[in-house]
Ligand binder design. Structure first.
Ligand code: BES
Ligand code: ZN
Ligand code: ZN
Length: 474
């Protein structure tokens, strides 16, 4: 640490321990009344040190503290920063969290600003000194650095797409993004347009697209390494805009609905990540890219649609469109005969009511799969909550004139009844091999939170990548 020259040294004060050997400016800190509480910081420019309070050395605390610190420093004039390596459980976790925090915290979306904020900060040194009497394993630290850098940069890649306007990101641009991805990586790609979707009986997805000037796109990215032991299908809701359709959303609720493509964008980010990490499992990323608009061709409440698995759907509300797109994409995904199929979607406002705005809702019939997903969330610093199915709720999506209705006849449990609607399009063979992630809450925010900025967060990417990495090790 001593040998590294930087404009500023970042010192974490863990759990208010101001007597730690790394805290060198105790008198000045006392004058500033700095106690080292979580989220408290003290900048001592003469000494070239920034002290930041942190509750523990858990990967969550480290990631968030780094992100908040970088966010605060980005407008300052420090070119280089150094910080000591703090062990979490392992150097792998510690370095990973620091790298993720810095890259995620540095994110700023300025595409639509005439003046781009410039930062002079261009280097952060993570110094791997001996800490707590343990020697650091440099190989592990470097591996963590590389892996977390890829993951965090790809979270920012997802944020960049989600944050763009419905004018800039249409179903056709989603296809263009996928094409660029397959050129840059070794991912292969299939794109199907309106003709295919209609011909293959994907009547639910097709109907949602009818009022839009942009044709629906079924985007299928493939990562297929040699001798892969497992096959996973991921499906994302890519609604490039959700007006609600003829069941039009009120103005306030419509605002931010550019974020309704977040699930699809996360699939792009996950596929890019696993290609760059070269994971030894076969993964298929399917994105249903559609715009839910209004117009003379719009599908209507009272319509009855037929999905790819031949089930008929009574439309009671055209704003429950994501589940229609996913229904057909899930049918398509199961035909690939994967071991596991997971979908991710900004599916319901009810999920935000149930779990709050920071938490991903996890649904499915398999406790084992759900528990693996919760564990991946914990490891990767995302928040998940279980929304359990039960024997009573399926009755709420019964239809008098079709096989199933697209919204519940009851008032409560809307996130779960949406999950149960999707379950109608999961064959018996796949019931226990499927999970549904509702990211309506955490994908987009009005205020920065933790390592996430205002706007798109890229929620779900780290969780899914961790899950796929875990499968790769098994
Ligand atoms: N895209 C929305 C869900 C949503 C709401 C995402 C708020 C993020 C923030 C979805 O298509 C939708 O409109 N769902 C309806 C379902 C209702 C009509 C049964 C909802 O949640 O209100
Ligand atoms: Zn909707
Ligand atoms: Zn939607």
């Amino acid at each position: 640490m001593k040998d590294v020259v930087a404009d500023l040294e970042l010192v974490f004060v863990v759990n208010k321990k101001l007597d730690h050997k790394w805290v060198k400016d105790r008198d000045n800190l006392a004058k500033l009344n700095f106690k080292g509480e979580a989220e408290e910081s003290a900048l001592l420019p003469e000494g070239g040190r920034l002290y930041v309070g942190i509750e523990s050395m858990s990967h969550d605390d480290l990631r968030i503290a780094c992100a908040e610190t970088i966010r605060a420093l980005i407008s300052k004039n420090f070119k280089t920063i150094k910080l000591g390596m703090y062990f979490a459980k392992s150097e792998f976790e510690g370095v990973g969290a620091i790298v993720e925090g810095c890259i995620l915290g540095e994110y700023n979306f300025s595409k639509y600003k005439s003046k781009h904020a410039k930062t002079v900060l261009h280097k952060i040194f993570i110094c791997c000194d001996d800490y707590s009497g343990r020697k650091i394993n440099f190989k592990n630290a470097q591996l963590a650095l590389k892996q977390s850098e890829i993951i965090a940069k790809n979270v920012n890649f997802v944020r960049d797409i989600v944050n763009q306007t419905p004018k800039d990101i249409t179903p056709l641009t989603m296809s263009k993004i996928a094409k660029d991805l397959s050129k840059q990586t070794r991912l292969s790609l299939k794109i199907f347009g309106e003709k295919y979707i209609k011909e293959k009986g994907m009547g639910a997805m097709h109907a949602v697209s009818l009022a839009s000037p942009y044709p629906p796109q079924l985007i299928h990215l493939i990562h297929k390494p040699k001798n892969a032991q497992r096959k996973i299908v991921l499906v994302g809701k890519g609604l490039t805009y959700d007006t609600g359709g003829l069941s039009l959303k009120p103005s306030d609720a419509m605002l931010t609905m550019k974020m309704d493509k977040a699930g699809g964008c996360v699939i792009f980010g996950v596929m890019k990540t696993i290609a760059e990490l070269n994971l030894p499992i076969e993964v298929h990323g399917i994105v249903g890219a559609v715009e839910n608009a209004i117009g003379k061709h719009a599908y209507k409440p009272d319509d009855v649609l037929r999905a790819k698995n031949s089930k008929t759907i009574e439309i009671k509300n055209t704003d429950a469109e994501g589940r229609l797109v996913l229904a057909d994409c899930l049918c398509y995904g199961q035909e690939l005969k994967p071991d596991i199929i997971i979908d991710i979607a900004t599916l319901t406002g009810a999920c935000i009511v149930a779990l709050g705005e920071y938490t991903i809702g996890v649904m499915g019939h398999s406790q084992e799969l759900k528990s693996m997903i919760h564990k991946s969330a914990e490891r990767s610093g995302e928040l998940t909550g279980d929304l359990p199915f039960n024997r009573y709720l399926p009755k709420l999506i019964k239809s008098k004139i079709a096989d199933v209705a697209n919204v519940s006849s009851g008032k409560w449990g809307g996130a779960i009844t949406a999950g149960l609607f999707l379950s109608e399009f999961i064959s018996d063979e796949y019931k226990d091999k499927w999970a549904h992630l509702d990211i309506a809450g955490p994908s987009f925010a009005d205020n920065a939170w933790g390592e996430n900025p205002i706007g798109a967060s890229g929620s779900g990417l780290r969780l899914l990548v961790d899950y796929l990495c875990t499968l790769s090790k098994k």
